[in-house]
Design a binder for this molecule. Sequence first.
Ligand code: TXA
Ligand code: MG
Length: 371
Amino acid sequence: MPRSRPVAATKSPSAAKKLKDTLLIKISSEKPEIEKIQLAANVINKGGLVAFPTETVYGLGADALNSKAVEKIFAAKKRPPDNPIIVHVASKEDVYRLAKSVPKGAEKLMSQFWPGPLTLILKRSELVPDITVVGLDTIAIRMPNNEVALALIRESRTPIAAPSANLAGRPSPTTAQHVIDDLAGRIDVVLDAGPTRIGVESTVVDMTTSIPVVLRPGGTPFEKLKNVLGKVDLHPAVIAATKRRVDVARSPGMKHRHYAPKAEMVVVEGKPEKVLERVQGLVASYMAKDKKVGVLATNESQSNYNADVVKSLGSRSDPDTIAKNLFKLLRELDQENVDVIIAEGIAAEGLGLAVMNRVRRAANFNIVKVS
Ligand code: TXA
Ligand code: MG
């Protein structure tokens, strides 16, 4: 198709509907229909924006090598202009085009965990426009483990820059409806392949230092990285219990407010019995002040709370399920218009580390420790 044709003029397939100016297209998660992928790839190639599923959360994609297109991502999300974007690839060859050098450790991680929820920070090549990496000398790259995402990247024949497809500061989207709630009318297309499998974003590892550093815990557990790399550090901000001044050049995303529900939020951490008692106490005192109170509980504790709204994240012994439910439940509590959210902390192991990192940020580090 000629480049001059407006993005919106593309003919819609069946199972598509228009929401404001955004085309919502249902697509098969296992065998994505090629005509739908082609339509979306056309939009990418013309410099448009396509939200698509990955195994972690929905991403908001644009041609990573087209500055004008990437600029539109920042505008649509209202993303702070100093927060760089992850570039998604469908083949390892692309990594060698986008990065200046690929250390041995990165090659090990790629063969072990790709496609999958792991993002590698590498020194960038000249190919990458400044805006994609906000002028840094590094680039974040990942190969998602999702058929729709991989088909879209292949068909577009270009790497796709994609942050999570939410308005900046809001919980990441794990369904197409979440994307629509935040971005309808602001982007061209949403490919809806149902809820995402993992529910928290990829793990981000800086591979540019002699000892790799996890900048953001995510879908690939820290313990697994350690098994493969031997030595790997956790950036102090990952486990911070207070807001800290971060080395902005190193991990630009960490200084911004994230995952924030509209309500005020508190997280209670410690031994489960003590947590239960304290959450009950907090519920009672907020309700006495006529606040509408929501609790993010676990299966084990759920029936013990008398709040206005009680939602269970899953069993304490199953952090994978808790990760999958977290962002959805934060959004549901917002829709219930609660004034306060009280969340139970869980063990920071496996995906629990990513969960607690997100929960503490969502609560703006409003943490109550009990023992
Ligand atoms: O699972 C995911 O990673 C999802 C899906 C869509 O792939 N994407 C995602 O993107 O979570 P976003 O933009 O919401 O988060 C990207 C994180 C930010 O914290 C950003 O600061 C960091 O990666 N990042 C990107 N490029 C970087 C770089 N060159 N150096 C350090 N951090 C970087
Ligand atoms: Mg994000």
